[in-house]
Design a protein around this ligand. Structure first.
Ligand SMILES: [Zn+2]
Length: 173
């Protein structure tokens, strides 16, 4: 059985006990950008947040790109989130390759050169990368300066967060 078929079968059972209260419109208080890594799936729980408290925006490598900015703008401007957390993590898969290695690999596997310049946002230092993502979110004109943007590295072996502070010159004002 495929994983999707297993999931469909599980869903048919699980939905029997579904609490209809969970279908109410949410009122998020915070937007969190984090990695798509499965070890980050329960990050809301690790932060003591109820499901309805947080908009969790995930992509590989915790990247502030056009798409996560789109979600951050909607979360803070439309849905009511008042703070932004950027949560990178230790042992991220994005530390294990470089963009050019990935491009070479894809060229070999597919026999095709990239049609558009792809960027995978691999990185070598989670803390430095987090600083860069804070800076990108902080400098976006549609993300209000009234909304705090703070960055963290989550240690997957302890479940603890360490805050990453932007370099002094990157702090606005
Ligand atoms: Zn990751």
């Amino acid at each position: 059985m495929s994983v999707i078929d297993e999931a469909l079968s599980a869903n048919a059972t699980m939905s029997n006990d579904y609490d209809p209260g969970r279908g109410k419109p949410p009122a998020p208080r915070i937007a969190i950008v984090t990695c798509a890594d499965p070890r980050l799936t329960n990050i809301g729980q690790m932060l003591g947040l109820a499901d309805g408290d947080a908009d969790i925006i995930r992509n590989f490598g915790t990247v502030i790109d056009d798409d996560s900015v789109r979600s951050l703008v909607l979360s803070t401007r439309l849905l009511g989130s008042r703070e932004i957390m950027i949560i990178n993590h230790t042992d991220c898969g994005m530390l294990r390759f470089t963009d050019s290695e990935m491009e070479d690999r894809l060229r070999k596997q597919t026999g095709r050169a990239p049609i558009a310049p792809a960027k995978f946002y691999s990185f070598t230092d989670a803390e430095a990368n987090t600083k860069e993502q804070i800076q990108k979110a902080r400098s976006h004109p549609w993300i209000s300066s009234d909304v705090p943007v703070r960055g963290f590295v989550y240690d997957v072996s302890t479940g603890r967060l360490s805050e990453v502070f932007p370099d002094r010159q990157t702090v606005p004002g």
